[in-house]
Design a protein around this ligand. Structure first.
Ligand code: GDP
Length: 317
């Protein structure tokens, strides 16, 4: 394979090499999965997370891209570097093409502090692929803020918790979404609920109170993070209304998960789930069951995955 002749760099080179280096590493994720150099880079990156990872999920058309755009501009104004990973159930694999020109996210190509990328979802339900998980690991080691956007049409709502430190569920005014989410048990998942398009004032207000009602009916509003009360934020990404409240809610959640060691704990659990997901994708549920009977290898999640995969391959039952 070509990675033998052009070895992947280390994390420092990735951090100093700009978008080109990041794009190269992301391409390797899609083409050189399992290579020693990539496993080493991914585990190094996993240990050196720098960004807070914000996961935005919600149905198509709810306003996620518009919100992402607004958040990117705000973060850049505040001097933060930002990466956006849009996980798209409709896009086909593009061989690692850099989709910075993705029409819905506007960025200045000269700005080194922003990186935008689309990746295909694992399935039509919008689930996160192993490659997307690896991409987040790389991006969060390089940028100050990582925004992962998934289309919430099923699995992706649960999958976003595989990588996000703060899960934001976006729902649309007057769509009846809140009731559906409650039924589906999704109310357990988010750390923050956003009701979009607040400039459509009356419907947005109604949606926000519907959601607040749904939360209290579902019995708990703590989401994933013990002791955290899930805020419901009405905002308009187009007028800017509510964006300050949203930032405050994200900051408050960040402080909460840092103060209670929740983020660190969540990341350990996420790594465990990454290994399991990767093994399940390659070896099926049978392979996963065999893996659980095997000794747990040492090392970072990507080294563990590689070792378990090698063992499963060499000892086929
Ligand atoms: P996504 O599919 O969830 O990424 O949704 P988009 O961000 O593409 O938005 C879907 C549509 O809603 C677009 O036509 C947007 O212009 C519109 N939209 C997004 N945010 C707002 C908002 O705050 N107010 C209004 N009135 N429309 C919005």
């Amino acid at each position: 394979m070509s990675h033998a002749s052009s070895p992947l760099f280390d994390l420092e080179t990735l951090r100093s090499g700009g978008k080109r280096a990041v794009a190269k590493a992301l391409a390797a994720v899609e083409t050189a999965r399992g290579s020693c150099a990539l496993v080493a880079l991914l585990d190094e990156a996993a240990r050196a997370a720098r960004a807070h990872v914000l996961g935005l999920t919600g149905p198509p058309g709810v306003g996620k891209s518009t919100l992402t755009n607004a958040l990117v501009q705000r973060a850049r104004k505040a001097g933060q570097t930002v990466a956006v990973l849009a996980v798209d159930p409709s896009s086909r694999r593009t061989g690692g093409a850099l989709l910075g020109d993705r029409a819905r996210i506007q960025t200045d190509p000269e700005d080194r502090g922003i990186f935008v990328r689309s990746m295909a979802a694992r399935d039509r339900l919008g689930g996160l692929s192993d490659d997307a998980i690896a991409a987040v690991v790389l991006l969060r080691a390089v940028y100050d803020l990582v925004i992962v956007e998934t289309v919430g049409v099923g699995q992706s709502e649960a999958d976003i918790s595989l990588v996000a430190d703060t899960v934001v569920l976006c729902i649309q005014p007057a769509s009846g979404d809140s009731l559906q989410f409650m039924k589906a048990g999704v109310m357990e998942l988010p750390d923050i609920i956003v009701v979009t398009k607040a400039d459509m004032a009356e419907v947005a207000r109604r949606a926000a109170s519907e959601v607040a009602g749904a939360i209290s009916l579902s019995g708990g509003s703590e989401g994933h993070s013990q002791g955290w009360k899930v805020p419901v934020i009405r905002l308009s990404a187009t007028t800017g209304e509510g964006l300050d409240s949203f930032d405050e809610a994200v900051q408050a959640h960040l402080s909460h998960v840092e103060a209670h060691q929740i983020r660190a704990q969540r990341r350990v659990e996420q790594e465990e789930r990454w290994v399991e997901e990767a093994i399940k994708v390659r070896f099926g549920t049978h392979g996963l069951a065999r893996m659980r009977r095997m000794a747990r290898p040492q090392g970072g999640p990507f080294a563990r995955e590689a070792e378990l995969a090698a063992e499963l391959t060499s000892n086929q039952e």
